[in-house]
Ligand binder design. Structure first.
Ligand code: GDP
Length: 295
């Protein structure tokens, strides 16, 4: 596990080796290496600072474990802390007591929101649940077409009212349609923009207030690194998210955004997107991500 980090920590460890205990004097270089490792994994700077401070506290307070070298003990503390911050276990998609479960998909354009909606629909289908995808991006006809194409590819129905309808009405009618058809999950794909703007947020809020979703999933592109943090802060502050999907983890990003998103929103990452194909969605596991972030 995380051989690369172990390599990078080599010099720092040398100072710890031969000493039987992690102490204030010898821990600094090790903390510095962790800081570097997290920054190069694109974890947000403030998140890195807080994290390193927590690790320092834990490491200094750690009991000496006999037979375990202090450097190994330190790596374990860092790993455990990462897993803890990212939520320890996988948190599944919410399921309403009474169907349909309503999921609102939010995020910027290009993050993979529409693809993630279809991926989630397919994922649910494999779990013997059924979904309806609702197209509310009335500003881009291409977005509606994209959802229809994906829907026919995975054989999942799409509800749309073209580009002249009000997104809130589309969402509301979509839910009525799902109820009438006995569909258990409604996935509402919303309009994204290239940047956060007030119109987008107002519209999302209006849809949210009307449909009262069981889940508001923020779709975050892992490749955006540092920006993922401010994006999460704004969305969470303005509409309140209940979870996230981290996309494009098949790229070369080390996934530091996962730590930032979780730490900033306090909400779990529920899934990761690992490719362009509709099958390329996996539940999020904190242990796997911790190993990846540490490199
Ligand atoms: P939206 O504007 O947020 O709805 O984004 P789209 O769903 O249209 O996706 C934008 C682009 O990202 C498309 O070319 C998708 O194929 C691609 N994409 C989405 N998710 C992933 C992923 O997990 N990995 C990769 N490599 N590409 C993805």
């Amino acid at each position: 596990m995380f051989d690369a980090l172990a390599d990078r920590l080599e010099d720092a460890w040398k100072k710890l080796r031969g000493q039987d205990k992690i102490g204030a004097a010898n821990i600094k270089p090790a903390l510095q290496e962790i800081r570097r490792a997290l920054l190069s994994a694109d974890v947000n700077l403030q998140v890195v600072r807080d994290f390193v401070a927590d690790v320092e506290k834990k490491a200094l307070g750690a009991e000496v474990v006999s037979g375990v070298r202090p450097d190994q003990q330190f790596v374990k503390i860092v790993y455990d802390e990462l897993v803890e911050v990212m939520g320890e276990t996988n948190v599944p998609l919410a399921q309403a007591e009474r169907s349909p479960t309503i999921v609102l998909m939010a995020g910027l354009q290009g993050t993979g929101k529409t693809t993630a909606t279809a991926k989630l629909a397919l994922f649910l289908k494999k779990q013997e649940r059924n979904a309806l995808m609702v197209a509310t991006d009335v500003y881009r006809p291409a977005a509606i077409d994209q959802l229809i194409t994906l829907g026919s590819q995975i054989d999942v129905p799409v509800f749309e009212l073209g580009t002249d309808a009000d997104p809130v009405d589309i969402a509301r009618q979509g839910i009525e349609h799902a109820k009438a058809e006995g569909i258990d999950t409604v996935l509402i794909d919303t309009a994204g923009r290239l940047q956060i703007d007030t119109d987008m947020m107002d519209e999302l809020r209006r849809i949210k207030d009307t449909v009262r979703p069981d889940e508001v999933l923020l779709v975050v592109d892992a490749m955006t690194g540092q920006e993922a943090a401010s994006l999460t802060a704004t969305f969470h502050d303005q509409i309140g998210v209940t979870g996230a999907i981290l996309t494009k983890l098949d790229g070369d990003s080390r996934g530091g955004a996962a730590l930032s998103v979780r730490r900033i929103s306090g909400q779990p990452i529920k899934f990761v997107g690992v490719g362009e194909k509709v099958e390329a969605l996996q539940p999020f596991y904190p242990e796997r991500m911790a190993s990846r972030i540490l490199g």
